[in-house]
Design a protein around this ligand. Structure first.
Ligand code: DC
Length: 224
């Protein structure tokens, strides 16, 4: 039996995870947040005191990592070496570490089969940066979600403040621009729109409107 894969790629703050999660729920598919895997690798390196700028040390340390994904009530939990790090990986320091380690081919290779194998066993909505281009090039639906950098920074700022983190909007905007640049200019699977992906710009839309647009597109593509 072959399963349906829906790939949603785009920069951070475009609404990918919320939209992908909502779409998966409506379709009865599993939602896989692949950024969480890169975050788990980044967190591991920070906790082990590994110099993230040192590609060789990061590559050597990968052998000590065990990542397991669990799904509780439709919610993805990330288990790193036996402990649940689903909250810890959302820290702002981990965002930067994840972006840095994600540029290394060794890290991308390390996480490749985990993602690819997942889609072989279930219907999935997967979000990330290279799902449509590299992980699931055969996905039946490919969406590239984006929004202006100011709109994305504003959303991320509100999210962090809601979680009680003390942050400045200007810092978030600057970090986001830096992360976009890292993600788009790295040589290993850079963030880019797959040729057969449909571009959706969420700058002017609220989340509900964006979910609607995405659902219409999925239904049309899958003849639902
Ligand atoms: O989506 P996110 O912000 O949780 O992702 C964290 C970092 O991981 C992001 O800066 C880029 C990287 N990433 C990636 O390179 N490829 C993916 N498929 C998902 C995330």
């Amino acid at each position: 039996m072959s399963y349906i894969s829906i790939a949603i790629d785009g920069p951070s703050g475009a609404g990918k995870s919320t939209i992908a999660k909502a779409a998966a729920k409506r379709l009865g598919y599993i939602y896989l947040d692949t950024g969480a895997l890169y975050r788990a690798v980044g967190l591991y390196m920070l906790r082990q005191g590994i110099d993230i700028a040192d590609q060789l040390s990061v590559g050597n340390a990968l052998g000590g990592i065990e990542i397991e994904l669990k799904f509780k009530g439709g919610r993805q939990r990330v288990i790193l070496c036996g402990s649940d790090v689903s909250e810890a990986i959302r820290d702002n320091k981990v965002s930067k570490a994840a972006s840095d380690v994600s540029a290394y081919a060794s890290v991308r290779e390390f996480l490749f089969s985990l993602q690819r194998d997942f889609a072989e066993n279930t219907n999935v909505v997967m979000d990330g940066r290279d799902i449509g281009t590299s992980i699931l090039p055969q996905a039946q639906v490919k969406i590239f979600l984006t929004a202006s950098d100011q709109a994305r920074a504003k959303r991320r700022y509100k999210e962090l403040v809601r979680k009680g983190q003390q942050v400045e909007y200007d810092d978030i905007l600057e970090e986001m621009r830096q992360r976009d640049k890292n993600d788009m200019t790295r040589s290993a699977s850079p963030l880019k729109q797959a040729e057969d992906a449909i571009l959706i710009d969420t700058t002017e839309n609220d989340l509900e409107q964006s979910i609607e647009v995405v659902m219409q597109l999925i239904k049309r593509k899958l003849n639902l």
